[in-house]
Design a protein around this ligand. Structure first.
Ligand SMILES: [Zn+2]
Length: 305
């Protein structure tokens, strides 16, 4: 075994620890692969917590997924990883796990909005959601194939994420970036609204991205929407999730401020329903106190009886 191979095994254990410590992979979840050469890959074992692996636990597989070395059984999800390597000679590492905030978007089938944060535009670009399939088999591995050439991060519907890169650290960083981004989106949505870049602001970021040497699906497809709708439409797959929580229909083009649709009682603003001040306060303090009093009375009544 080459020194390089031993170093890579140690680094896989280190990345496994980061996945576990950041709660991206509960219990024995998640798997990591690294390409050694055209025919061989290193792969994490099944039924072992990714937070507590030693270099001895790491398996070696061939480019068809057949195990060729290692005392433990290889991960059952390697076919998913092989879908990436077979389409992308520039990729040398793949990370699959279930980071909670990104997985929430995958469960909600909520498309990842673009044109919100500079780093996300530059390092991730657009992130598609692949259709759900029972994990483990070839059919599951094929769900990501339509997107692999045009991105480095994919959400797996009702399951988790897969991220990839030229080396293991960058493949893993994409997992950190997508989960941090989804967390920020959920938090800002709770504050009431999300503001988006204008087309001009996005164009400046994409120009910078090109200068830095990163690829983006929007560079190849002149018809792809810069902001708003996803570029991953039904030319990629029949499964095209539509925005719900992050709808942008009510916004004027290219401006972050939202325009509200107002009915007599409520206004809907970028997907957020607001009750105008003073019209109706369904949970006023008085209502709340009345509710507490009712429950207290019931409990005391039950105890007395
Ligand atoms: Zn999984």
């Amino acid at each position: 075994m080459s020194a390089n191979e031993q170093d890579l095994k140690e680094f896989i254990c280190e990345i496994g620890r980061r996945l576990y410590d950041r709660q991206f992979a509960a219990a024995n979840d998640g798997n990591i692969t690294v390409r050694l050469n055209e025919r061989e890959l290193l792969c994490t074992p099944t039924m072992v917590s990714k937070g507590f692996m030693t270099p001895d636990d790491i398996c070696k597989i061939d480019n068809q997924g057949v195990q060729i070395a290692g005392k433990r059984k290889r991960s059952s999800e390697v076919l998913l990883h092989l879908s990436v390597y077979s389409e992308r000679p520039d990729i040398n590492a793949v990370v699959h796990c279930h980071p909670p905030h990104a997985t929430a978007f995958a469960v909600a089938h909520e498309p990842i909005p673009k044109c919100v944060l500079p780093e996300v535009e530059v390092f991730l670009g657009e992130v598609p959601i692949a259709v759900y399939e029972t994990p483990g088999g070839q059919k599951f591995a094929d769900t990501i194939r339509p997107y692999v050439k045009d991105c480095n991060t994919i959400l797996l519907a009702n399951h988790g994420t897969i991220t990839f890169g030229p080396d293991l650290e960058n493949a893993y960083f994409n997992t950190e970036i997508i989960d941090a981004y989804c967390r920020i989106l959920i938090l800002s949505r709770q504050l009431g609204r999300v503001n988006y870049f204008s087309d001009q602001q996005t164009k400046e970021l994409l120009d910078l991205k090109k200068r830095l040497g990163y690829d983006d699906v929007r560079f190849h497809n002149s018809g792809a929407p810069m902001c708003g709708e996803s570029s991953f439409d039904n030319e990629y797959s029949q499964f095209v999730p539509r925005p719900f929580a992050f709808r942008r229909e009510n916004e004027p083009a290219g401006v972050g401020e939202c325009q509200c649709k107002t009915s007599s009682q409520v206004s809907t603003c970028g997907g957020v329903t607001r009750v105008p001040q003073g019209v109706q306060q369904p949970r006023s303090e008085a209502d709340f106190e009345k509710l507490v009093q009712t429950i207290t009375n019931q409990v005391l009544g039950a105890m007395g009886g």
